[in-house]
Design a protein around this ligand. Structure first.
Ligand code: GLY
Ligand code: MN
Ligand code: MN
Length: 436
């Protein structure tokens, strides 16, 4: 759990970065219809959650900073409503929210239009992240037009509109001790779930049964939802990078690729393992598997403060390219093939991404024009892969093989901590687990 004091401190840090005489508006996520009168499970907006810890839809955070730098935090949220709560569930209500979330003032959502006008009126700068919630964008633009349209009433609209997201996202890139503790736990639960799937797998089982094993383990350990659509791809399905149909029967002699991580208190894990359905790698599968594993290991060696994702990817691509030449899949001079990124024919995605509240988490990958150096507190995935579909220009024995190996690394002062180290990864470890 993240303590409320941390959410308060985040708002204070954000306010410190705002201009004097400004206002920042951050809306919550909206509920989405699944069919007729049922909704998709609600997931809070990550920026809004990062700044409030509040899990209800239909809320708005407003931070104001006056000319002298005095700040005020305001939350609008749903009213307490007996009938709505009998039908749909509990609401915190604005009176309780003020106390529990330690805000300066709170209002019922029904006050939003009038009070937001007062909060924005006369401020020079508006910080807002447009383009995510259409209906809320319309509300903000209408409010600005109202302010612009009635100067005689004393209304004045902000002259400058700035995107608030770069400020929030830079904060989110560096994880606090409490965030790291949650991500370590999310990594552990997800790792155990992958172990469970390896133990369950057998020819004749279905992809969705493995998915069910994994999701069961998440929920039984306090993480009710996966952080993204779980991928369970048997055989050729593993060559579809974001395969989520998960509807096929697993076949003897095939590999199965599982890319899955849980979401714990908002924070994601993101693990991929690839293993044989019958518990024994074939010779061709072993060759490709060990090559991807070696590429991941080479990338790991380039994960430390001061290094970059691009450097780690170059290390991985060098190993992949050399290996593909050794296997007769690529031909030519290794350095030239690396420069030409020839391995990209079979490794179509990036090496990894920031990880946090979002699985593909926020944060810049470049600072000015330069690749961003790693710093302690960042969390990222390292996930090389090789994918040979039916049409790949490779010997027949490799066709239909898709392998990715993915772990989550926290950058530390001296290098990294692997948050997902508990899932077996070498061929010997995987075969031992599956055959015991
Ligand atoms: N699970 C999506 C990814 O690995 O990026
Ligand atoms: Mn990933
Ligand atoms: Mn993944």
């Amino acid at each position: 759990m993240i303590k409320n004091s941390e959410f308060v401190a985040r708002r204070e840090r954000l306010i410190a970065a705002l201009d004097n005489n400004s206002v920042a508006i951050v809306p919550a996520a909206v509920e989405l219809t699944r069919s007729r009168d049922t909704e998709f499970p609600f997931r809070q907006d990550s920026d809004f959650f990062y700044l409030t810890g509040f899990k209800e839809p239909d809320a708005v955070l407003v931070l104001t900073k006056d000319r002298d730098g005095n700040a005020q935090s305001t939350l609008f949220c749903r009213n307490k409503d007996k009938v709505a709560e009998i039908w749909h569930g509990r609401r915190m209500g604005y009176e309780q929210a003020k106390v529990q979330l330690e805000l300066d003032q709170t209002f019922a959502l029904s006050e939003l239009d009038d009070e937001l006008l007062n909060l924005v009126n006369g401020r020079k700068v508006l910080f807002y992240g447009q383009g995510t919630y259409d209906a809320f964008d319309d509300k903000v633009w209408q409010l600005l037009n109202t302010l612009r349209g009635a100067p005689k009433k004393g209304y004045r609209a902000p002259e400058i509109i700035k995107d608030i997201r770069p400020l929030v996202h830079e904060m989110r890139l560096f994880k606090s001790d409490a965030e790291v503790a949650l991500m370590r736990e999310a990594g552990k639960i997800s790792a155990q779930a992958h172990v469970r799937a390896m133990q369950f797998a057998k020819p004749g089982a279905t992809e969705y049964q493995l998915e069910a094993e994994i999701h069961h383990h998440y929920a039984m350990n306090g993480a009710r939802h996966p952080a993204y659509g779980t991928i369970v791809g048997g055989g050729i399905n593993a060559t579809i990078l974001h395969y989520t149909d998960n509807c096929d029967v697993l076949k003897d002699g095939d590999l199965v690729l599982i890319d899955s991580g849980c979401e714990l208190e908002g924070y994601a894990a993101d693990i991929t393992r690839t293993f044989p359905v019958n518990g024994k790698f074939s010779e061709a599968q072993s060759k490709i598997y060990n090559l991807v594993l070696a590429a991941q290991q080479a990338a790991f060696e380039a994960v430390k403060p001061g290094s970059t994702l691009v450097k780690a990817n170059q290390a991985a691509m060098k190993v992949l390219t050399q290996g593909l030449v050794d296997l007769g899949i690529l031909a030519g001079d290794v350095d030239e093939l690396v420069a030409a990124q020839a391995c990209k024919a079979f490794y179509m995605h990036g090496l990894g991404h920031w990880l946090g509240l979002d699985v593909h988490d926020v944060g810049e990958y470049k600072l000015d024009e330069a690749d961003r150096p790693f710093e302690p507190g960042m969390v990222l995935t390292i996930e090389p892969g090789l994918y040979f579909d039916e049409e790949a220009q490779v010997p027949d024995e490799y066709k239909g093989i898709g392998i990715r190996i993915e772990d989550d690394l926290l950058i530390t002062e001296s290098g990294f901590e692997n948050l997902t180290v508990q899932v077996p990864k070498t061929i010997a470890e995987i075969e031992a687990l599956m055959n015991n």
